[in-house]
Each structure stands twice: as C-alpha cells, then as structure tokens.
Design a protein around this ligand. Sequence first.
Ligand code: HEC
Length: 163
Amino acid sequence: MRNRQHLHKVAILLAGLLLVSCSQKAEEGTTPSTDSDILSIMIEEMDPAADGIWQSAGWIITEEGEQELWPTTDEGWQTVVDSAERLKALSAELDAPVYSAVGKPWSLSLVRLTEASDAARVAAEARDKQGLFDAGGDIYRACLMCHLRYAREAELSGSDTSE
Ligand code: HEC
C-alpha cells in the first residue's frame, strides 16, 4: 500500500517533467492536421503507455530509502504487459502511410519501439526485473530517436529548459 503512494508520486513527477519540457512548443504557429493527430496520439496514448512501463521498473530514492518500482502483484505485472502491447500497437499505427510519409528514419524508430515493446512484454511475463528495466531504456531511446529528428526543437531530449 505504501509503495502505491510512492508510485503515484513518481507518476506525478514524470508527468510534470514532460509537461515542463514540452509546453514551450505549443504556440509555434499553424500545425498541419496530421501533426496535431500525432501530437494527440503522443499525449493521450503513447505517453501513458510508456509510463505504464517506466513507472514499473527501477528504483527511486525517498526519505525512507531506496524503493523498488517493479510490480509486486500479478495485476501489477499484467498492467505492464498491457502497456507493452499498447505501445506495440501504437508503433504499428504510426507506421501507417498517412504518418510515415516523412521517410525511413521515422520507420526505423518505430521498428526499435516495436522490438523494445516486445522485450518489455516478454520480461513482464517472465517477471524479469532487469529485462524490464533494460527494455524501458530501449523504449526511451526509441522515443528519443524520433523526437530528436521530428519533434521540432530538441526539448524532448531533456536538455535545459530555462523558463
Ligand atoms: C515515429 C516517431 C515518434 C516516436 C517513435 C515517438 N514520438 Fe512522441 N512525438 C513525435 C512527434 C513528431 C511529436 C511532435 C508532434 C507535434 O508537435 O506536432 C511528438 C511529441 C510527443 C509528445 C508531446 C510533446 C509536446 O510537444 O508537448 C510526447 C509527450 C511524446 N511525443 C511522447 C512519446 C513517447 C513517450 C514515446 C515513446 C514511447 C514517443 N513519443 C515516441 C514522434 C514520435
């Protein structure tokens, strides 16, 4: 139960970080419709699905010491499996011609995301903590690979946001 609360705090923290790193791009003028479609997929679907994995693998340091984030119940692990399956489905969706017209490197990041999502699912099914942690890192790198190239400005890379 106590763990739950900590998980919650981490969730809020991560959400906050993403908002901070992203909010500055909002007023950048007119956005073609597929771009805003992509943006809403990212915010409403991609991000929560990735959080379903990132918030369930690793450690956080709190006042009470180090806490593990990995699930401790079958339901918790199942949530990770579900998130991994959603991420994979979203990768397939974004690879549709309407989105992938921008070219090959776009698809490559989706291949990476698909592979990493599969790895996360397999690790969660096997209750493999290290495997899930590693897959979480690979997922992050796949997000970054696409963002660095296609999400205008490199703020999503986590670089300094001075405002
Ligand atoms: C195939 C390319 C691609 C991949 C892979 C990708 N994204 Fe994105 N993402 C984009 C693009 C393009 C934008 C910018 C959309 C816009 O501003 O119109 C974006 C924007 C975002 C935003 C909104 C940032 C803002 O401007 O407010 C979030 C959040 C996000 N992505 C999360 C993720 C996460 C989490 C992953 C990995 C699990 C991921 N994305 C993987 C292409 C991608």
